[in-house]
Design a protein around this ligand. Sequence first.
Ligand SMILES: NC(=O)c1ccc[n+]([C@@H]2O[C@H](COP(=O)([O-])OP(=O)(O)OC[C@H]3O[C@@H](n4cnc5c(N)ncnc54)[C@H](OP(=O)(O)O)[C@@H]3O)[C@@H](O)[C@H]2O)c1
Length: 183
Amino acid sequence: MAKEQGVNRGMITAIGAVSSNNMLGLAGWLPWDIPEELAYFEKTVAGAALLIGRLTYESMDVVPEPSFIVSRQLDLVLRPGCTRVDSVEQGLSKALETGKPVFVIGGASVYAAAWPYCHQFLLTRIEQSFAGDTLFPESIPLAEWRLVNEDRETYLEKKTGQHVVCRFLQYEQISPLALPAAP
Ligand SMILES: NC(=O)c1ccc[n+]([C@@H]2O[C@H](COP(=O)([O-])OP(=O)(O)OC[C@H]3O[C@@H](n4cnc5c(N)ncnc54)[C@H](OP(=O)(O)O)[C@@H]3O)[C@@H](O)[C@H]2O)c1
């Protein structure tokens, strides 16, 4: 299992997993079935405040509290412990106000809007190609971030029955953008 990464209060961390052909999602869920990778995600975000896109939120069986769901639907009804926010910026501000570490857990559209504010990105690179319909946003300039840690594990991917290498990468953004002041 990958090591726990240091995450502090006031820190905004994005976390996700991507295949070698840059896929993030398939039919509203993940393109792969790797229980250990999912367990790493769940353990890492436990006790944090989460920022989640509406589609990703709807795909989750269990949504930890507190979670901030980005949606433009004013009448969206959410599960207990979840709060609708109009924008990624509003969601990050409210998540920070909880005093907990903040994690941006996707999907693609939320990563694309939130990355400028993130101090780090915990990205699992799955060293295999998968069919999918949602790509990791090309606009996120991770190649320019500092790679501060890498762990590597091999797990059984249950859909294909193949073993896959998972690289658990920790990237740091040197100068994240400050959130705009609340209106
Ligand atoms: N591999 C991974 O680590 C990972 C992580 C998370 C998700 N995923 C996968 O990614 C896919 C979903 O990604 P997605 O990009 O299609 O959807 P998403 O980001 O989860 O949700 C998109 C929705 O969020 C709201 N939204 C997004 N940006 C907004 C903004 N700037 N302001 C206001 N509302 C905003 C909109 O909701 P309304 O339509 O309600 O306005 C939009 O339709 C799924 O397949 C999921 O399983 C993969």
